[in-house]
Design a protein around this ligand. Sequence first.
Ligand SMILES: C[S@@+](CC[C@H](N)C(=O)[O-])C[C@H]1O[C@@H](n2cnc3c(N)ncnc32)[C@H](O)[C@@H]1O
Length: 387
Amino acid sequence: MRYAVIREGKALIMIPDPGQAIAPHGFEPAWLPVFYNPRMVFNRDVSVVALSIYVEKIAPHKPVRGVDALTGTGVRAVRYLLESSSELVMHANDIDPAAVAVAGRNIELNGLQERATLHRRDARSLLYELPRSEPILFVDIDPFGSPAPFAHAALRAAGHRGLAAFTATDLAVLGGAKRAAARRKYWATVVKAPEHREIGLRVLLGYAARVAASSDKSVRPLLAYYADHYYRVFLLVERGARKADKMLEENVGYAFYCPEKGLTGLEPKCGDPTRIGPLWTGPLMDVSFARDMLQAARGAFSYLQAGHRLLRLLSTLIEEASTCQRCIYYSLPSLASKARIGRLPKIIRVIDRLRSIGYPAARTHFDPMGVRSPAPPEEVIDALGAA
Ligand SMILES: C[S@@+](CC[C@H](N)C(=O)[O-])C[C@H]1O[C@@H](n2cnc3c(N)ncnc32)[C@H](O)[C@@H]1O
């Protein structure tokens, strides 16, 4: 295997030479002998900051023990140790011996042997068998495709007030383009609606909530977002059957799609809507957690490669959450086409118009042509026509 050494965040990372993975359509990370995707730097940057805020503000025990269960080159484990907190120790694991060898070299390269333990196991058996005497407070699941096969092991392993972070890249499944797979993987009925990006994230969260509940645990999203070709969620995991019941009652339910009106809501907005779910109907984030992340991103983490993008994402997420935590955004092209409004006005004018008649309204990170607002659809259609 040929190698290159790169810098990512504060880490030096040895990766397989990208020249070995040039497919007809360009660089293809899955072709590398050990997976490393430079497009996921943003995902890792966000994760480094989120874990740092978690350790600082929430972690009930110190030191915090974490598991990077699908570590690949070890880049996440190394970055968490170097950048998130000096109070952290990590298990790094991969099933592939080549990945474990590279991850071991990267742990050494960054002088982290004292704080990292390396494993070559199936992630699930490792998570089920880690000794209870040393509680795990952070579990990162960054798989190929769906995190569903690892969710039970991860949520069971995460201790009380622990943090579970999942990446999902199977957006077509979660967003309703592959209905049978959505039923199989996420136990949900999903049809493709105009707001499929938010629906998909809520389906993922709803699944995690139900899996957690099966171990008498509850989850609460501290941050959940869509970017590029993936979802990333950070869940605060808590023990307690009663809390789990309350979570299911208050935050897991259905969305309702009205094809003839071109819109989806958490309440039916037409006579005979198509039900989507079960999915997460509760808040997608904890605003104060995101504010702490924003402040850290402006300060201690201002060195991050994707720093500007992180500031933009966090600001948009905070604005969205402050506008409406229990609603689904409006896809303006879909609404306008059903309402036979020919020319779409500038989004900002629709937002201003809604605000001027007393409704909170904001852009959404899910869709550049979307608006989040608790306003009823008729008001949004009026605003579209008037703006
Ligand atoms: C998407 S890659 C991980 C990328 C890495 N987290 C990063 O940020 O660069 C997924 C990894 O999971 C490993 N893997 C797949 N199935 C596994 C399993 N059942 N248990 C442990 N590792 C597994 C693969 O070998 C691969 O290295």
